[in-house]
Design a protein around this ligand. Sequence first.
Ligand code: NAD
Ligand code: NA
Length: 396
Amino acid sequence: MIIEPRMRGFICLTSHPDGAAQNVKNQIEYVKSKGAIAGAKKVLVIGASTGFGLASRITSAFGSDAATIGVFFEKAPAEGKPGSPGWYNSAAFEKEAQKAGLYAKSINGDAFSNEIKRETLDLIKADLGQVDLIIYSLASPVRVHPVTGVTHRSVLKPIGETFSNKTVDFHTGKVSDISIEPSKEGDIENTIAVMGGEDWAMWMDALKKEGLLAPGATTVAYSYIGPSLTEAVYRKGTIGRAKDDLEATAFLITDSLKDINGKAYVSVNKALVTQASSAIPVIPLYISLLYKIMKEAGVHEGCIEQMQRLYQDRLFSGKEIPTDEKGRIRVDDLEMREDIQAKVAELWKEATTENLAEIGDLEGYRKDFYNLFGFEVPGVDYSKEANELVAIPSLS
Ligand code: NAD
Ligand code: NA
């Protein structure tokens, strides 16, 4: 069938398999163009189908010839109904990995559950023996706690007081003022339960108990800080509390891995258009200004450039892994550069519906958003029938 984008609010209901496949190929080509990375060889990526997790999986496979197991939660396609983008990304990834002679298998289901952990542990045991790198890149609005059965929902709210600022609807380009009410009782705890470190620690405990971590195994989870502009709704809001918890968990995991000389890190990544970040108020306006300025300065990066740099210059450079005063790896260094942030802050004050297309990269934002769903990808003929029923080889 012919697949076109169908929007509902901030989400796109359809996705295009050929566009997704082209995106994956482009990311693979980028990683290959940067040369070999002396990295981990047996890699588990939790949240492997889109965004930073997919880029990590691609960097491991095509930068270091690694065997990869990817865990994700995606919708399989059905007759007349395309699957979710991460489904098509993973199908394309596995096919390219097979062509390159690389082991790649996937597990589709709720990574927070005991069942999916069990399935993953069994697959590692059977096929890889052990893993030496575990990437934790989940972004989810909800988690059913595997012990209590309680459903926790994360919220994106300021803490203590109402936050009022500008935002943009990137579909229409309309800049408007919004107010976000402060979090209510339970919101902080629930957001920490979903996006904090508990599940990461559960994965690492389970892997360790069953002897599935290679000596010196490394695990990395992703965080964000951002500027003072977005602080009230991001880093000092409910999601920021969850990130604080995630960052604190890295130290606990490192302690628990002492006997195998393992280490847990948090990498602070750059703000990028992903399904997760498009849903956060204020962030799209910030990103559209940031993109404009970073592109002008020649320092713009997407997920794949970020993860390739994380691996090559930070994790596997052969030198000691550089961290900030809180023990975090920083690949948001270019975003946070003083000159870049000063310009964003200046433009922020000026931004209106009338001038945003000019002073911000609204078009770049919109294009990246459509690209997430496999649309508007150069080289893809969208007038052609797409095979919407693409299978993921290891799942079929
Ligand atoms: P994303 O939405 O692109 O990816 C999320 C991944 O998690 C997907 O593979 C999805 O299938 C998987 N997933 C979600 N719920 C799941 C579940 N219950 N079980 C199994 N898999 C599940 O998100 P992203 O933007 O790449 O975010 C990944 C991490 O990077 C998050 O911790 C996020 O906070 C962080 N981060 C994002 C940005 C940004 O600007 N996008 C910046 C810095 C850090
Ligand atoms: Na991800």
